[in-house]
Design a protein around this ligand. Structure first.
Ligand code: SF4
Length: 355
């Protein structure tokens, strides 16, 4: 691999350049993305996180894609903030099934003064299990970001969702500038940033290019970049949105990989609607992180054993975090799961599961 591919970390992308990449012949684009990927990551490893909704529904924001918004009637069962013991129990279980990062999401505009002490305690206790911690709680003030970092929060998720131009058609209750401010507060507090977007909401290719520019031109690239495919939930304003062409989605993964070569690109919501071949192409294009578990906040996620079976078919290993206290235990649990699935795949032909 050339040294230039490895060292090129840029923050001065233009939408024109990005569109040029998005429109490359598919094979050229994927070849380039895979070359960049190999210069920075083991191509046969995928980072695995588990996500838990710690407070569900009744969100005052009006994000048009979201079943948790109180503005839409999606039949979602609302839940108050979960008790700390319950969250820690779920985190322990996630660790035992091999997750290295535990992400906790609350459907809030922002955490309030009453909730903050609970949330901080959750972070401390989950961190004590030896897991990396991530939260998504809405907008954060500088003080809240400091407090979360002080409690041991490693990552904060706050998505830009789409381009600045298209944003107003998706969310009206907070601005793009609000989002950028939260991201800055998270960075200033010393936490890692998880920030990406959602594709297939009716945006143009230019909007997608501009989203990638926004992400790559931040002073530091987000360490984690979730690329979501819209899940068209009944009752939300986007329930009848036209489906995005899968190759457009794969192209976005590849271009994100090229533009932000050291970041983990996460195949996120919408994965349950992707067949194995599409997921494999996404991994080839540079996706190297997934959520693992039965639910992705409130939309279904492929069953964990299906993930393990796919990993076994592709020879992919779950990536281990660097200074994990229970590294051996976690690695063993996941490797065993992959091995069992590999043997099962050899022994059975499951016609019902062909997708
Ligand atoms: S995406 Fe987040 S902020 Fe927007 S409605 Fe859903 S839970 Fe609320």
């Amino acid at each position: 691999m050339s040294a230039s591919l490895k060292s090129e970390i840029r923050h001065d992308w233009t939408a024109e350049e990005v569109r040029h990449l998005l429109e490359l012949p598919f094979n050229d684009l994927l070849f380039q993305a895979q070359a960049v990927h190999r210069a920075h990551f083991n191509p046969n490893e995928v980072q695995v996180s588990t996500l838990l909704s710690i407070k569900t529904g009744a969100c005052p924001e009006d994000c048009k894609y979201c079943p948790q918004s109180g503005h839409y009637n999606t039949g979602l069962e609302k839940e108050k903030l979960l008790e700390i013991e319950k969250v820690v129990g779920e985190a322990r279980q996630a660790r035992e099934s091999g997750a290295t990062r535990f992400c906790m999401g609350a459907a809030w505009r922002n955490p309030n003064a009453k909730n903050m002490p609970y949330v901080l305690e959750m972070v401390k206790q989950v961190k004590d299990l030896g897991l990396e911690t991530c939260m998504t709680l809405g907008m954060l003030t500088a003080d809240q970001a400091e407090a979360l970092a002080g409690a041991g929060l490693d990552y904060y998720n706050h998505n830009l969702d789409t381009s600045e131009n298209f944003y107003g058609q998706i969310i009206t209750t907070r601005t793009y500038a609000d989002r950028l401010e939260t991201l800055q507060n998270v960075r200033d507090a010393g936490m890692k940033v998880c920030c990406g977007g959602i594709l297939g909401m009716g945006e143009s290719e230019l909007d997608r290019a501009e989203l990638l520019c926004q992400l790559a031109n931040l002073p530091e690239h987000p360490e984690s970049i979730p690329i979501n495919m819209l899940v068209r939930v009944e009752g939300t304003p986007l329930e009848n949105e036209e489906e995005l062409e899968p190759f457009e989605f794969i192209r976005m993964i590849a271009v994100a990989r090229i533009m932000m070569p050291r970041s983990h690109v996460r195949l996120s919501a919408g994965r349950e609607n992707m067949n194995e071949q599409m997921q494999a192409l996404c991994f080839f294009a540079g996706a190297n992180s997934i959520f693992y578990g039965e639910k992705l906040l409130t939309t279904p996620n492929p069953e964990t054993n299906r993930d393990m079976r796919l990993f076994a078919k592709l020879g992919i290993r779950p990536e281990q975090r660097q200074q994990c206290q229970d590294e051996d235990l976690q690695e063993q649990a996941l490797l065993q799961a992959v091995e069992v699935k590999r043997r099962e795949a050899e022994m059975f032909y499951d016609a019902a599961d062909e997708r």
